[in-house]
Design a protein around this ligand. Structure first.
Ligand SMILES: Nc1ncnc2c1ncn2[C@@H]1O[C@H](COP(=O)(O)OP(=O)(O)OP(=O)(O)O)[C@@H](O)[C@H]1O
Ligand SMILES: C=C(C)CCOP(=O)(O)O
Length: 251
């Protein structure tokens, strides 16, 4: 099996997080061109929701679950982020990438906000056929809470292990994790306590940069390192070159 790579595209680079589901098609086309030019074989893409999902999830309090008779938010939030997914897939396909959308609502189950099951056999088959699955943060049925939001970052952690991914990269709107305006080249559980991680400036029900680092430290504990870098460095990451960002490593 050739090396598998997982690329997560942050909601902040696919949408304008300060507007209502405003998709950044220019950024999407640039990213799609980079993926098409550098590598598609053995590549899995996950993306966040940005302004196509977070505002809806917050409006319907999905971070607190869903009760019988109060399920409208499940539909509305899933519809918003699925719309973004369709655009990500289209942008990739326009550049010749054999992308196909996969929705966690259909194949994942959570308990207390954490994924407990996610069908991966079809993903294996897609990869064997040379396809590029494009999966997204989503609303998922939750055994304890009715429903919950599973972030793209939680999916990164789960699927990197489940699909035996060799390299994991997260593209976002900052050049890496910043401390005093400078990129921190490496983070471990020991060094993270000294960092000041701020809140997201926009609606984010899944913990912003803090939530992202927590998921990636969990991944590092399980033996897989990951990288956070600016969206303009997607091609560098895919090519295995220096991306000027932050690496999250185990001790
Ligand atoms: N120390 C920090 N270093 C870098 N970014 C930080 C830091 N503290 C807070 N942030 C914020 O985190 C944001 C990136 O996290 P965010 O969750 O928005 O990314 P994303 O992955 O693009 O979005 P999504 O979670 O919707 O996929 C940056 O835009 C920045 O405002
Ligand atoms: C809000 C929804 C639907 C998914 C959140 O995923 P994220 O943007 O990766 O945190």
């Amino acid at each position: 099996m050739s090396e598998r790579v997982l690329l997560k595209l942050g909601g902040s680079i696919l949408t304008d997080k300060s507007a209502d589901c405003a998709i950044n098609r220019e950024s999407l086309a640039t990213i799609a061109a980079a993926v098409a030019a550098v590598r598609t074989e053995g590549t899995v893409i996950i993306h966040g929701a940005g302004s196509c999902g977070h505002p809806e999830a917050k409006r319907y309090h999905l971070d607190k679950g869903a009760a019988p008779g109060e399920t409208e938010g499940i539909y509305v939030t899933h519809r918003a982020v699925s719309g973004l997914n369709a655009e990500v897939v289209s942008a990739l396909r326009e550049k010749g990438v054999a992308a196909i959308g996969v929705h966690p609502l259909h194949v994942g189950v959570a308990d207390k906000g954490r994924l407990v099951a996610f069908e991966c056999r079809h993903l294996e088959t897609m990869l064997a056929l040379g396809m590029v699955p494009v999966i997204h943060g989503d609303v998922v049925m939750d055994l304890s809470r009715g429903a919950c939001i599973v972030s793209g970052d939680q999916l990164v952690r789960y699927l990197a292990a489940a699909l035996s991914i060799s390299r994991v990269g997260l593209a976002t709107d900052v050049p890496g994790v910043l401390d005093g305006g400078r990129v921190v080249p490496e983070i471990t559980r020991r060094t993270v306590v000294n960092l000041h991680i701020g809140d997201s400036m926009h609606t984010d029900v899944t913990g912003g940069m803090r939530g992202k680092i927590e998921e990636l430290l969990g991944l590092a504990d399980a033996g897989t390192c990951s990288d956070i870098f600016h969206v303009s460095r997607v091609a560098d990451f895919l090519a295995g070159s220096d991306h000027g960002g932050t690496s999250v490593r185990g001790e």
